[in-house]
Design a protein around this ligand. Structure first.
Ligand code: SAH
Length: 194
């Protein structure tokens, strides 16, 4: 494991995520929206998250900027980063497949939206956000730079904590008692310990 391979793994994570998402994003454009919690706040949260998980680390990979924040590379961290990156991509694949036409980059409820509560959604109600946390951890382990490495955790934390309660409110307004019961038997990003 070398610093270059570690950077290549990070870029492969970004490309892998894009390829998984591309097909669902294309298909979901055709699905009509019944209600939405989109707005300027949601757009700002998305942009911050995108900067932290994508723009800042990719600028670092391409240019080594910000140089002052670089620290020495440890192969063990990079190996762990590879493990987290693979786990993140696996989770992305499973969550996109499970959500199918119900997926949205933002907070939308589709016409005939189906509440998914099985498979990867059985014990955890936000497994796609679990996958983004795994990505952010992988980024911190793969990139030996205090800013580029940790920008993912910071950027995604802003999106996650700014969005998850509103998303759950929207789901409760749409699905009522079924979502309430689903919340009672699941954890947000980690299976709840019964
Ligand atoms: N928070 C989920 C989904 C993220 S995608 C996760 O982390 O896995 C965001 C969209 O998914 C929202 O527009 C919402 O309408 C939809 N969604 C969230 N949970 C869902 C579920 N259990 N079943 C179906 N759609 C869901």
């Amino acid at each position: 494991m070398t610093p270059t391979i570690s950077k290549v793994i990070f870029v492969a994570l970004v490309i892998g995520w894009y390829l998984i998402r591309y097909e669902y994003a294309r298909r979901s454009r055709r699905e009509k929206i019944a209600r939405s919690a989109r707005g300027p706040v949601e757009t700002a949260l998305l942009l911050i998250s995108l900067a932290g998980l994508g723009l800042v680390p990719l600028v670092y990979v391409a240019t080594a900027i910000p140089r002052f924040a670089t620290y020495s590379f440890h192969p063990l961290f990079a190996w762990l980063g590879l493990f987290f990156a693979i786990a993140a991509l696996g989770m992305f694949h499973l969550t996109h497949r499970a959500l199918g036409r119900n997926w949205s980059i933002s907070l939308d409820v589709r016409e005939n939206h189906k509440l998914v509560t099985e498979g990867i959604y059985r014990r955890v109600r936000h497994p796609m956000y679990s996958a983004f946390w795994l990505w952010a951890i992988a980024q911190a382990l793969l990139l030996p730079n205090w800013i580029a490495g940790f920008a993912g955790l910071a950027g995604f934390a802003v999106l996650y904590f700014g969005r998850v309660a509103r998303e759950e409110r929207m789901m409760l307004e749409t699905f009522g008692d079924s979502y309430r019961a689903y919340m009672a038997r699941t954890g947000r990003v980690f299976p709840s310990v019964l």
